[in-house]
Design a protein around this ligand. Sequence first.
Ligand code: SF4
Length: 435
Amino acid sequence: MNKKYHIHTFGCQMNVHDSEKIAGVFSETGYQEASGFNEADVIVLNTCSIREKAEQKFYSELGRLKKIKKNNPNLKIAVAGCIAQQKGGKLFERFPYIDFIFGPNNIDKLQIWVTGNTVNSALEDNPDYSIKLIPAKREGRIRAWVSIIYGCNNFCAYCVVPFTRGREMSRRVSDIYNEIQSLAEQGFKEITLLGQNVNSYGKNLKITVDFPDLLKEIHKIEGIERIRFVTSHPRDLSDKLIEAMRDLPKVCEHIHLPIQSGSDMILNLMNRGYTYKEYRIKINNLRNAVHDIAITTDIITGFPGETEEDFQHTVAALSEIEYDGIFAFKYSKRPDTKALDLPNHVEDKVKSERLKKILDLQETITYKKNIRLKSELVEILVEGYSETDANKLTGRTRTNKIVNLYGEKEDIGKLIKIKILEAKLHSLFGEKVLT
Ligand code: SF4
């Protein structure tokens, strides 16, 4: 009988897509997907260490697995992702029931372990990782993630990513093109290009190519109707990219541009490489070039040294820019990062209060922006049935807003025109417009 695997993913889109690759390796090796922990012969925890909370969630899940393994001693447990890379062999000391540990840039090595070889870790530098073709077992059939660059060279003072995912490594244009071409042939309609900083794409390649050039190449692929990308570093967002977004119809009118703080003093301490004024100019340029572009961002509250005045600059930035949505978090101490050694760490209570203020303010802005869409005609790509109401279909606008509607099964996978009837905070409701 075939063996079965189960993957539990923590963290960001990067990890979600890495888990698709991990599933791809298992499938190629003849494994089937288990319905849950109890049915699995192998369990992989794909970990995230971006914040302390994510790390704690992993440890509590690992504790649960200890009990499962006690009842089923043949169960194999693997730990992948950023915590695996960061803690390495120390995990074996604390949790001797772990069988294999591998880092985000060593997913290709999983096969060696899965096929029964006696290795217990894959954490070493893997300079050829970007040219490895790892098959992904994708979660959907309509939208797909495609990695274009791994790692990050920026060393923002709060961020653990350069220590866990290593330095930037761009994938070759031809590999990316072929992967997307194959996705188009399988019927995928939308792709999201993934990287910690997509705007750095191409810097380490032998040929001269940058991110806007890559977008132009991908744009030629027939069958792909929409192109998205995450994440853009504001410092590296070029005029050339803004022009590409303006001129390439398949590139959706949405950008995620993390500001992190509205205070120049804090941005400097964070090592972000831009001032609020410089960031603001880029927002203006985007809005002037790309009609009705949606802009989302990330915010950290209570970074070391953040005074009430600094925080008010962030509040003012949110009011001035009026983002479509934000991801906001309290500053979290991360190992190896520069921010650990900064003076004047902010009390947790203050961080929480500031976070609440930011989230409350953004709710009013998001809702106000959604209300403006009422009676508008928009195009959505129908992704499937709604998770919260199985009678409704769900899709996204080009600006990445969720729209629910009543419709036919045949609409799934199609671009359809919708009239927005109702606006809520986190989604819109609409009806199909017959064309
Ligand atoms: S750009 Fe900064 S925040 Fe983003 S992954 Fe790199 S170091 Fe982390």
